[in-house]
Write a protein that binds this ligand. Structure first.
Ligand code: NAD
Length: 492
């Protein structure tokens, strides 16, 4: 598929979503206690469907199914596992309209972005790890013994994949594609408010020939299904993406059980505009960094640090440009900013705006609530807050941008590194030496120069500090889903 085809988006209608069940052992089943969760369209606030709400008994059944399917999946030639994953990616592209419409109605994502970003990236991940499946290899070593010494890379077993609401499809494929390629089986618990694309993927896995029990999908509440999965003794690896608070809980459970865990947690990235920046690139990157996915973006760049010589110029350009970014119905192909995913998400963002006002922040644009039925917030730019303001330091997770001036490169780096988080960071400069010098000093798992949010399946992604540990994407992700065994065969 060409880039143009990926970007061309037919106008999609709001889909009718069937009531969904849990996907366990290759079967669609109700929760044992019959529980169901209502799923709301954040653009209309209407209930669009219900999904089965898993309890501990359902999670147990899913883990048992994954354990039963494990040995045959692990023993399957890697090339065959790769072929099956490749079929998953092909079916995702064939059913892209359905995936786009499902993800958009569930999360409030504009269809114009959901196709090129969410669906394409997720399909790319299955394709990438399909290819890498047969490149997972050990090596022979020269030892001091008369022995044939070699290493084997083996799957871990059952992976618990727990994901958040903001990029459901991408974040699930980020875990499932490498885990499956390496020969693990999976129990996946998507976010309670956005499980629809994960459940739709159950159909695609079955159609692609993923054997029953290799992938199990249990929609449900975090403290119920999520916690039951974290604490299940049949889980061999936890792959968690979500907030830092829940991540700490998951890490504590994993620590007690001595189960390996990958943690992809919150972020609060800075974008630095240096005095030698190309202003067009700088403004484009700044706006993308805080309005994309309505700011509900772990690698959003909600802190804009601007050289003092450009400070008022940048604020003036933002005050004119930001209100022009199309906001509205996610199913309008022109829309760039949709609603927030839920009422409490909007309330949290509005709370930060109120706090910024109370602290004397200058609202450069936005600050209000558009006159629309869904959970919309105006994209809001706030100047003049002190660096220790909670609005600057905390993860806002909404369409808010704080703008702060700096005078020197050292000051900019110190401000960029001054929060508890370290997921992403970025700078805009025309000075090549400065680009590399500053990139090396930023506390972040990924750094972008002269653009924002360039993500690719080949490039590792993950956090430092309170943004978590471990790396997803790239060949590095396979390290998180395999263990190395040493074998020494005496030749004496
Ligand atoms: P969340 O932490 O509330 O939920 C994440 C997942 O954990 C959900 O499936 C939820 O149901 C589950 N959960 C909640 N409580 C649980 C418990 N007690 N035991 C087990 N599971 C539990 O996060 P969210 O609000 O859905 O997502 C937003 C957060 O995710 C933000 O902080 C964002 O930065 C982060 N995030 C990080 C990345 C990354 O790659 N680092 C990517 C996307 C989102």
């Amino acid at each position: 598929m060409t880039a143009t085809e990926q970007l061309a988006d037919p106008t999609l209608a709001r889909p009718a979503i069937p009531a969904r069940q849990l996907f366990i052992g290759g079967q669609w089943v109700e929760a044992v206690d019959g529980g169901r969760t209502e799923i709301v369209d954040p653009a209309t606030t209407e209930v669009i469907t219900t999904v089965a709400e898993a309890g501990a008994a359902d999670v147990d059944a899913a883990v048992q199914a994954a354990r039963a399917a494990g040995p045959a999946w692990a023993a399957m030639p890697a090339r065959e596992r790769g072929r099956i994953l490749h079929r998953v990616s092909l079916l995702m592209r064939e059913r892209a309209d359905e995936l786009v419409a499902t993800e958009s109605i569930d999360v409030g994502k504009p269809v114009s972005l959901c196709r090129p970003v969410d669906v394409t990236t997720a399909a790319d991940q299955y394709e990438y790890y399909a290819g890498l499946a047969q490149a997972i290899e050990g090596s022979t070593r020269s030892t001091g013994f008369p022995a044939l010494a070699y290493t084997r890379r083996e799957p871990l077993g059952v992976v618990a994949a727990i994901t958040p609401f903001n990029f459901p499809l991408i974040l699930s494929s980020t875990k499932l594609a490498p885990a499956l390629a390496a020969g693990n089986t999976v129990v996946h618990k998507p976010a309670d408010i956005a499980p629809l694309s994960a459940l739709l993927m159950g159909e695609i896995f079955a159609e692609a020939g993923v054997p029953a029990g290799v992938v199990n999908i249990v929609s449900g509440l975090g403290p119920v299904a999520g916690d039951a999965l974290l604490n299940h003794p049949g889980v061999d690896k936890i792959a968690f993406t979500g907030s830092t608070a829940v991540g700490r809980h998951a890490a504590a459970v994993a620590g007690e059980a001595l189960v390996p865990i990958t943690l992809e947690l919150g972020g609060n990235a800075a974008q630095i505009i240096f005095e030698d920046a190309d202003l067009d690139k700088a403004i484009g990157s700044a706006i993308k960094g805080f309005v994309f996915n309505t700011g509900q973006f772990c690698m959003a760049g909600p802190r804009l640090l601007v050289h003092s010589s450009l400070y008022e110029t940048v604020l003036s350009i933002l005050s004119q440009a930001v209100p022009g970014v199309p906001l509205g119905d996610p199913f309008d192909p022109e829309t760039v900013i949709g609603p927030m995913a839920g009422e409490q998400h909007r309330a949290k963002a509005e709370g930060f705006i109120a706090q910024a006002r109370a602290e004397g922040g200058r609202i450069v644009t936005g600050g209000g609530r558009p006159d629309l039925p869904g959970y919309f917030v105006e994209p809001t730019v706030i100047a003049d807050l002190p660096n220790d303001s909670r609005v600057v330091q905390d993860e806002v997770f909404g369409p808010l941008l704080t703008v702060q001036p700096f005078d020197t490169e050292e000051e900019a780096i110190a401000m960029a590194n001054s929060t508890a988080y370290g997921l992403a960071s970025g700078l805009v400069t025309e000075n090549v030496a400065r680009a590399h010098r500053v990139a090396a000093q930023l506390d972040a798992g990924i750094v972008w120069v002269n653009d924002w949010a360039m993500l690719d399946p080949t490039m590792p992604f993950g956090g430092v500090k309170s943004s978590g540990h471990g790396r997803e994407y790239g060949p590095e992700a396979l390290d998180a889903y395999t263990r190395t065994k040493s074998v020494l065969v005496s030749l004496a």
